[in-house]
Design a protein around this ligand. Sequence first.
Ligand SMILES: [Zn+2]
Length: 549
Amino acid sequence: MTAIRITGGRVHDPTNEVDGEIRDVCINGGKVVSDVGHDARRIDARGMVVMPGGVDIHAHIAGPKVNAARKLTPEDRRDDPLDRTELLRSGTGGLVPSTFATGYRYSLLGYTTVVEAAAPPLAARQVLAELRDTPMIDSAFLILMGNNQVLFELIRESRGAVSSQLRDAVAWWLDATGGYGVKLVNPGGVEVFKQDNGNVHSLDDEVPGYAVTPRQVLEAIGGAVDELGLPHPVHIHANNLGVPGNADTTLETMRTVSGRQAHFAHLQFHCYGGKPGGQPRSRAPELLDYLASHPEITADVGQVMFGPAVTMTADGPLSAALRDLDGGKWLNHDTEVETGCGIVPYRYRAGSYVHALQWAIGLELFLLGKDPWQVMLSTDHPNGGSFLSYPKLIRLLMDRAFRDDQIGRANQRAIRRTALLDGLDREYTLNEIAIITRAGPARRLGLRHKGHLGVGADADVTIYHDRADREEMFATPRYVIKGGELAVEEGELRRSDDGLLHSSSARFDPDVVRVLEPLFGDRYTVAFEHYPVRDPALREPARIVEAGP
Ligand SMILES: [Zn+2]
């Protein structure tokens, strides 16, 4: 492995309280080290900005829904082919790039770790196969557990409390799949949609046939994740996404889980005032107030970017609502007894009241939030826009003149109903950008080797030209170093290495299979013994992060 000394750059490493100091960063054996010998390769970073590699806490890059979206939108990718080269595989780009292209493009942006945020456990094989085919980035995936009939049975038995059986079941599921964390999507609501195209509307609506409520699912599964001590807390896509007035549901969900650690996904979609069926307005400031007094809760924004997107979600009823708005192509399927899935290609228009409001609410969350460690950058790729739009989003946060210009182009009736015209002059610093794009997500994910440049960290480093145009700066890093090797130079990939999978592991009583097996037998079309993914080619190598207090 190469020894490298990065000299003379301005280093932004918020985890280690380094804010723009000029200092060297030394790398050896794939790790950040305190020093290297004279024969180490030198990278002259004078006048440049040095940050840890980017960490995406919430994106959709692998698995059946991503693949189905690829099939559903051939027109999006036909015009963006990637040719095979001596080094690189061919592929297609667009909003949902093929596997290899996904890895290449994240790497070219300076990202080195990405979390697939919604994997059906039944599809873990496919998720693993695609992540293994996604080079250049380390990965992890979150397992969907909010609408699983077997878990519903256990929750009914415990009357919504955390039981040892439930803890064991959650740990068993992670062990069976290679998953890293636990995701709840519209808890209870997807099952109701699968039964009769319905949904739950409050945390206390009962799921017919199971006598469990969204609140019980949140308490029981969220509590089990917390008590197991998984490295990442429960990751929640709350009920009533996109529905005017849903800020009440979101606040109630936060109150239900508060006191325990929890992460709220794409908070922008959950911040709306108004009445269901009516026009939404912003209630982002109230949500931020709640966060300010509850440091145990974090969120990513799920910023909407004007232009094309592809919505893909386990939230089946949400997808059906988007189909009704859009009237174009859509796809919906049930994943047996454990989750659902819907895909709707979409376009966010600056002239639309609702879309401009969504765009503005995302910016409010970034700009009015007090603590950047608590509110992290995401577009819920590709739901709010492609990850390729991150540099533009960063410019919106860092460059007030640019932002004001963009605000002027958006639907003014929507903008007037937000705080964006209230002299909001905040401009993010480079350190704050480093927090919301790498240090914060890594800390929240419990990835201790990621998101910082202290001795012992993985040598994932991104070096940018310090350009006044922040969009250009973040779109074209000068160098990207991944795992201690130079991966990107001036917009060109130099290698195509496999990334490392991160899985988590928590102790459980193996006898839990005696409880699970008959419940599976009653419901699944696959045999219990064939459900866990044991194939070493898919599971290994992986960095296993042990659960613990
Ligand atoms: Zn998502």
